[in-house]
Design a protein around this ligand. Structure first.
Ligand code: PLP
Length: 445
């Protein structure tokens, strides 16, 4: 089905924008143009209301057009629109750093600001290498990522990431090796964390045997893989990774660009799964997606290592940063967003409602033989669809388009449909989203 008003844009205008992570040729034949957003709904050019089934791009857990965030941003633009990020500061970055620390696990209280999740990953990896060099262990430069991991679109993120399509086209960047993913045969349709699969963490021991811990700077994983298909860690898996990293003097980085600030029904994935890493990367929900911003929380000992080995105090302790690090408007948006999450007690709400969400998404199983797996945690779910004709992405694409036509935005990636409703989503909205998805799946039979 195509839409009534395809676009007010000319073909030349459509062609001028090389869109990110988009099938440009298909989109420009059938543009899906969003004109406004409020609460949990978008409005498209036809004036149709569309439920936001992925909270933007895992960004807008608070929904859209939140008055307190809008006001904070508007005031900040009028007061201090930009402030140089290097050698000078503004108050809000310090306030936000302290506020972020309150959401982080104990000890991860030194916050470096970036402009995005990809920059946060790059920052964490650079700091890991530099940290070992500062400690006289400069051979520790290799990284361990995980199959199906997504760590942003930078060349470092693609190196440690494990999504084949992202890696094959660009070649290797940083020297990186990969753990197997944790979608273990027999764990399909597990609710929450699977009971099996923990032993996949022991593959790290094999990689250490192969490369030696003296050459490995860090392991980086998403506590819950988002873009790779909403892959939930098996019980005990992250604990085992932590144990091995400790035994071999390897830093453990959690990429929490999706999982920090409530999505898991906890302050972080670290809190949800009970494992504290050495650094946490974040972005997206920190400003509710309103203004681009990322950050990395480091444990204090890492920060102190740089301070203690920084030379004269007017010298940089680390030559690293971005023009938009701690951008004042992003900081204002971040302060308002995190305050709103607290005021509305949304993390507890996600936790309380996640069994309702779990029941809802798992209801799809019986009705649809083309579903080969359903995974969920907090307010996230991934549904694996059996492929047709060796084209694993085709059905998920068609399902997502059918959902759009029905008034629901969902994400498709590889062989999955991914769902992440806003934190205040009502049960009735969950039901209607899942019913619509059931109908779109039926169209594939
Ligand atoms: N890391 C993870 C886990 C992500 O999910 C993403 C984006 O989806 C990124 C990093 C990259 O973030 P950005 O697109 O803001 O650079």
């Amino acid at each position: 089905m195509s839409h009534i008003v395809k676009s007010r844009l000319t073909q030349a205008q459509l062609d001028a924008h090389w869109m990110a992570y988009t099938g440009n040729r298909q989109f420009k034949k059938d543009p899906r143009i969003i004109v406004s957003a409020e609460g949990r709904y978008y409005t498209d050019l036809d004036g149709r209301k569309i439920f936001d089934g992925l909270s933007g791009l895992w960004t807008c857990g608070l929904g859209h057009s939140v008055p307190s965030i809008n006001e904070a941003v508007a005031n900040q633009v009028k007061t201090l629109d930009y402030s140089p990020a290097f050698q000078f500061g503004h108050e809000k970055s310090f306030l936000l750093a302290e506020k972020i620390s309150e959401f982080m696990p104990s000890g991860l209280n030194r916050i470096f600001f970036t402009g995005s999740g990809s920059e946060s990953v790059d920052t964490a990896l650079k700091v890991a290498r530099a940290y070992w060099r500062k400690k006289g262990m400069g051979t520790k430069t290799k990284f361990i990522g995980r199959a199906k991991g997504y760590h942003g679109a930078g060349i470092s993120g693609f190196s440690v990431g494990g999504i084949p399509a992202n890696r094959t086209l660009y070649g290797q960047g940083l020297e990186s090796y990969h753990l197997p993913h944790t979608q273990v045969p027999g764990s399909e349709f597990s609710k929450g964390m699977a009971d099996i699969g923990k032993e996949r963490a022991d593959e790290l021991l094999n990689l250490i045997t192969m490369h030696d811990a003296s050459n490995i700077a860090a392991v980086i994983v998403e506590p819950m893989s988002g873009s790779g298909g909403v892959i939930i860690p098996p019980k005990g898996y992250l604990q085992r990774l932590r144990e091995i990293c400790d035994q071999h003097n390897i830093l453990l980085i959690f990429d929490e660009v999706i999982t920090a600030f409530g999505r898991m029904g906890a302050q972080t994935g670290s809190e949800a799964f009970g494992v504290i890493p050495d650094a946490i990367t974040m972005a997206k929900q920190v400003t509710n997606g309103v203004i681009p911003m990322g950050a990395v929380a480091f444990k204090q000992e890492i920060y102190d290592t740089f301070m203690d080995n920084g030379g004269p105090d007017y010298m940089l302790e680390i030559p690293h940063g971005y023009t938009y690090s701690a951008h004042p408007i992003a900081c204002a948006a971040g302060l308002a967003s995190l305050e709103e999450i607290k005021q509305q007690n949304l993390i507890a709400r996600v936790k309380d409602m996640s069994p309702v969400w779990e029941n809802c998404v798992h209801q799809l199983r019986d009705a649809n033989p083309i579903i080969t797996d359903i995974r969920n945690y907090g307010f996230a779910a991934g549904i694996t669809i059996a492929p047709v004709d060796g084209e694993p992405s085709k059905r998920p694409f068609q399902i997502a388009m059918s959902m759009w036509d029905k008034g629901y935005y969902v994400r498709y990636g590889a062989d999955t449909i991914q769902l992440a409703p806003p934190f205040a989503t009502e049960k009735a909205e969950m039901d209607s989203l899942i019913n619509a998805l059931g109908d779109s799946l039926q169209e594939q039979n």
